[in-house]
Design a protein around this ligand. Structure first.
Ligand SMILES: [Zn+2]
Length: 375
């Protein structure tokens, strides 16, 4: 057991800083040289690392460098979204080696399990990677999950989506570890691994879409609460506001969401307007579109202002479909922040849009598995 606990930090260091010499590994991790060298040899025999040339001369003997072999193991990620599912296989450096998007075809608990199994089989067939090189499958789920038990508790998308055990049946069928996570939290994890939250131990991630999800990354970990932390979209902004789908009035997402923006645009233009079209209109400085975005930005400032006062975060990352509006939404939000936030926490915070693409959620799902392997 002790040996394994030595191997993980070494492997993780080589992943982050490699190519790197044995001497550097020993120095950075402050390990006993004998123990470290033994673990390094074991990692080499497992085929996880290899020697990769020599370092540049600094006078003495040039040390041999070690690097990770990315294709030694793989992790699978699935992101179940409202209409489709994104699938990826990533290597140990989180590089994508396979990616696919399929239409959702399930209508109840039973067909959901069949659908996931069928798509996993498809991945195994297409990639021909033997299962002993696959570390596991991470699932990003649009709703509440019980991570410990591997159960989907609830989703606002489907009425039948209640207490669905996914992990046990899938582990039994595929003999692979299965991890479940809420999709907003998977996106937060993706920001931490590949995005603007890289190397940050404290930041907030906002998923602005049909609803508003909040990922709270505190002290190097995702904050879970009792499991449902982050229902930011249902914080009350206006007691007498519009009725929300949750049954309350004036929730933040009754002012800022894809649905609300589209409805406002439809009213303003008397026809259906898609989000990309709204963006094009905003770029042409069309007045009614800018007004809609300004109003949404103003309400968003109230919500984000509360978050800043509460958490004093150094960084807030804005993602989800509404992040495509960039400064058309964020500028009016910023302008209204000063009236919502105390001076000190406002000075500390930077608010940015995500740089990750549509596959961020699924990469986050796969990184659930990588995280366990390296940490
Ligand atoms: Zn609500």
């Amino acid at each position: 057991m002790k040996r394994i606990s030595n191997q993980k930090p070494i492997l993780n260091l080589i992943r982050e800083r490699g190519p790197i010499s044995r001497t550097e590994v020993i120095r950075i991790l402050q390990m006993r040289p004998g123990t470290a060298l033994e673990s390094i040899e074991e990692l080499r025999q497992k085929g996880l690392i290899e020697e990769a040339g020599k370092a540049k001369s600094t006078g003495g003997r040039r040390p041999v460098l070690l690097k990770l072999i990315p294709e030694a193991r793989f992790a699978i990620g699935l992101h179940l979204r409202k209409r489709d599912t994104v699938l990826v296989v990533v290597d140990l450096q989180a590089g994508i080696v396979y990616e696919d998007k399929v239409k959702n075809r399930f209508k109840d608990k039973k067909t959901l399990l069949g659908y996931i199994s069928k798509n996993l089989d498809k991945i195994f067939r297409a990639t021909k990677i033997s299962t002993n090189r696959i570390l596991g499958v991470g699932l990003a789920i649009p709703g509440l999950v019980d991570r410990e038990k591997g159960i989907c508790l609830f989703s606002t998308y489907y009425s039948w989506w209640k207490d669905i055990a996914l992990r046990k049946p899938l582990e039994k069928k595929f003999h692979l570890p299965i991890s479940l996570e809420n999709d907003t939290k998977s996106l937060t994890l993706a920001e931490r691994w590949f995005g603007r939250g890289k190397e940050r131990d404290n930041f907030l991630y906002l998923d602005l879409g049909e609803g508003i999800g909040l990922g709270i990354f505190l002290n190097g970990e995702i904050h879970e609460g009792k499991g449902a932390a982050g229902e930011f979209g249902h914080t009350t902004i206006d007691l007498n506001g519009p009725l929300c789908r949750c049954g309350k009035r004036g929730c933040l997402e009754t002012f800022v969401s894809t649905t609300v923006l589209k409805r406002k645009a439809e009213r303003a233009f008397n026809r259906n307007i898609s989000l990309p079209e709204m963006l094009r209109l905003a770029e042409k400085r069309e007045r009614k579109t800018l007004q809609i975005l300004e109003r949404a930005g103003k309400y968003l400032a109230i919500g984000i202002g509360n978050l800043i006062n509460l958490f004093n975060p150094g960084l807030i990352i804005i993602g989800g479909p509404l992040s495509q509006f960039g400064n058309f939404l964020l500028e009016p939000m910023r302008q209204n922040l000063s009236s919502q936030v105390l001076k000190r926490p406002l000075e500390d915070v930077t608010i940015v849009s995500t740089q990750l693409g549509e596959d961020a959620g699924v990469r986050g799902a796969a990184s659930l598995i990588l995280k366990k392997f390296f940490q």
